[in-house]
Design a protein around this ligand. Structure first.
Ligand code: SF4
Length: 363
């Protein structure tokens, strides 16, 4: 039933799901795991339409696991820029080195994939069923939603994950696991959508408890949303007399590890933002600056906190910049900033800076 629906309505043009001739693979036909692995990691926190152009560029730049393993981390992060959750890029890079050591054999079981950084059970199952047509269940966000609705689960899925894994395994078609898992994901992405599921177009209407309840969108149940902590960050765009701008590279840990940024830090209670900027630059880079006018203020929400960046232009006064809380610091020409991977929030700071400098040059 689901597979009949998928035959007619599935997303069949996904490039990493096609064989080397560009056709849909036959039952049991192996596919190259490398493009699938890259795509699955990109899809972990990002939607298909956003991933597609990134995946295309990635495959052009790093066409094989060997090419990725020998690439510079700087280039890997630069290509990932804008996709967010940058640790995924670093883990792909690390994973490529591990896989290259084991070449030419790709892992053919869950344990082999779970040894790679950033690979959980659902990603591993999806790679193995996509590449080798192995009967392994998956449980990504789309699948959790569809299954929770199918049974009208009275609790949020993450509270009963083991049970959801069993359910995903139970519904899986062992004869066509690759197609079935893809069909389940396609159903969740295109029909059983988060807000307004198109139940009239669903092949499972007759079996769906959420549909029978009359309010399918009420499922999956959710935990009460928690208030995200809010912080104000003072940021300094420091220019020297030659017009170069100071940037620093974050330590490798954390959400944005390894990326470049403009220096700054948290505003203390009762502190004027100009004082925050000057203090942070002294504490983190051992320099003194003259804090000038505001360049831009912007807000950015991460999954665990909301930040307001208040960005000021600064003039470097004294002190050779030291990487006291980062990997390295660099003076660069403003026009060269695009050669460095920055977090998404910084793209607007760069655009504002270039615009400001452009106005200054004209004047
Ligand atoms: S009937 Fe509606 S709620 Fe149930 S699985 Fe299909 S689309 Fe989702």
């Amino acid at each position: 039933m689901l597979l009949d629906w998928w035959q007619a309505n599935g997303r069949h043009t996904i490039p990493w799901k096609r064989n080397s001739r560009g056709a849909r693979p036959c039952h049991g036909e192996p596919l190259d795991p490398y493009p699938i692995w890259v795509a699955e990691v990109m899809l972990q926190q990002t939607q298909l339409q956003v991933v597609l152009p990134y995946w295309q560029r990635w495959m052009e730049a790093f066409s094989s696991v060997e090419a990725l393993a020998t690439a510079k981390e700087h280039d890997v992060l630069l290509l990932w820029q804008g996709l967010g959750y940058y640790s995924r890029a670093r883990r792909l890079h690390q994973g490529a080195s591990l896989l290259q050591d084991r070449a030419p054999d790709w892992p053919q079981d869950l344990d082999g994939w779970l040894e790679l950084p950033g690979i959980g059970r659902s990603t591993a199952g999806s790679i193995l069923s996509s590449a080798f047509d192995l009967p392994l269940p998956i449980l990504d966000g789309n699948v959790k939603r569809v299954l929770a609705r199918l049974v009208a689960c009275p609790t949020p899925p993450n509270r009963t994950l083991a049970w959801f894994w069993q359910l995903s395994e139970l519904v899986l078609d062992p004869q066509r696991p690759r197609d079935f898992n893809q069909a389940l994901m396609d159903l969740g992405a295109t029909v059983c959508t988060p807000r307004n599921p198109s139940c009239h177009a669903c092949p499972w209407t007759l079996h769906c408890a959420a549909y029978a309840s009359g309010d399918p969108a009420a499922y999956p149940m959710k935990d009460a949303p928690r208030e995200l902590p809010f912080q104000v960050i003072g940021v300094g765009v420091v220019l020297d007399d030659a017009g170069q701008v100071l940037i620093d590279q974050r330590l490798n840990e954390g959400l944005l590890g390894g990326l470049w940024e403009f220096p700054g830090g948290k505003q203390e209670p009762g502190e004027a933002i100009e004082v925050t900027v000057a203090r942070e630059l002294t504490e983190e880079l051992a320099i003194t600056v003259e804090v000038g006018e505001e360049l831009i203020t912007l807000e950015h929400a991460y999954s665990h906190k909301k930040l307001r960046f208040v960005v000021h232009l600064c003039r470097w006064l004294t002190g050779e910049p030291q990487p006291l809380a980062c990997q390295q610091v660099k003076w660069v020409e403003p026009a060269e900033l695009s050669n460095y991977p920055f977090p998404a929030a910084n793209a607007r700071i760069i655009a504002a800076l270039l615009e400001r400098l452009g106005v200054a040059e004209v004047a």
